[in-house]
Write a protein that binds this ligand. Structure first.
Ligand code: ATP
Length: 221
């Protein structure tokens, strides 16, 4: 469960990116986060990942108040969270397998376990046959699926995605959302920031709307 209690975030320049945001996202939820450019969507996600700290209010994950998670425990906290970016941030000089393996190598998993988990992740996103391919040879949708495989390879409890379909056409976008739904159905909490109102309103999940840092729809439970 992710809980925001009257959370405000003011960046050093004095801009209020989030204002008094209160919201609870349950463990089995899949939630969309929408709002204009600059509304605070990425900031909300960065607070969950502990890439930022709130100026006021409290963020907690699974009952743990994140203000109590010090620097030394941030890597352990992040291992519970998979992150998917719009531009997927793949290493283009390394094959698909290496890209997906990266978080496990950083976390110090042994080689056999890495191989097993990477293949299981690639299988889930339908790319098992591409493990030796270089990312440049893949389509945009396939590259995004590699990004998703990398995000889930450590079996995170929470999946955060910032505009994961931003560069994709409607059919591919729908496929990517179906993948997120499949992970949600096996118990992963999913939070997706998206501008694509046409797509997200078809999917019947809860929609949180931010406007100038304030939640204006979907707050509470
Ligand atoms: N590191 C930072 N330092 C200062 N201001 C920032 C920083 N990051 C974001 N902001 C400002 O905070 C506000 C919210 O930004 P944020 O990136 O959270 O919005 P967003 O809804 O994700 O926007 P977009 O849809 O364009 O990604 C914006 O005004 C932005 O300029």
């Amino acid at each position: 469960m992710i809980e925001f209690e009257r959370v405000s975030k003011r960046y050093a320049e004095g801009h209020d990116a989030l204002r008094e945001v209160s919201v609870t996202i349950e463990k089995d939820d899949m939630v969309f986060l929408t709002g204009h450019s600059g509304a605070g969507k990425s900031t909300l996600m960065r607070l969950i990942m502990l890439m930022e700290r709130p100026t006021r209010g409290r963020v907690s994950v699974d009952g743990v108040d994140l203000s109590r998670v010090g620097r030394a425990r941030i890597p352990a906290h992040r291992r519970n969270i998979g992150v998917v970016f719009q531009n997927h941030q793949l290493l283009f000089d390394r094959p698909v397998f290496d890209n997906v393996a990266l978080p496990l190598l950083i976390a110090g998993y042994d080689h056999r376990e890495v191989g097993r988990r990477v293949r299981a992740s690639l299988d889930k996103v339908g790319l098992l046959s591409k493990e030796r391919a270089m990312p440049i040879t893949l389509s945009g949708g396939e590259q995004q699926r590699v990004g998703i495989a990398r995000a889930v390879v450590g079996r995170p409890k929470i999946l955060l995605a910032d505009e994961p379909t931003g560069n994709l056409d409607p059919a591919l976008s729908a496929e990517i959302m179906a993948l997120f739904e499949a992970f949600n159905q096996v118990g992963v909490t999913v939070l997706i920031a998206s501008h694509d109102l046409a797509l997200i309103s078809r999917l019947h999940h809860r929609i949180l709307t931010l406007r100038e840092g304030q939640l204006v729809g979907g707050e509470g439970h």
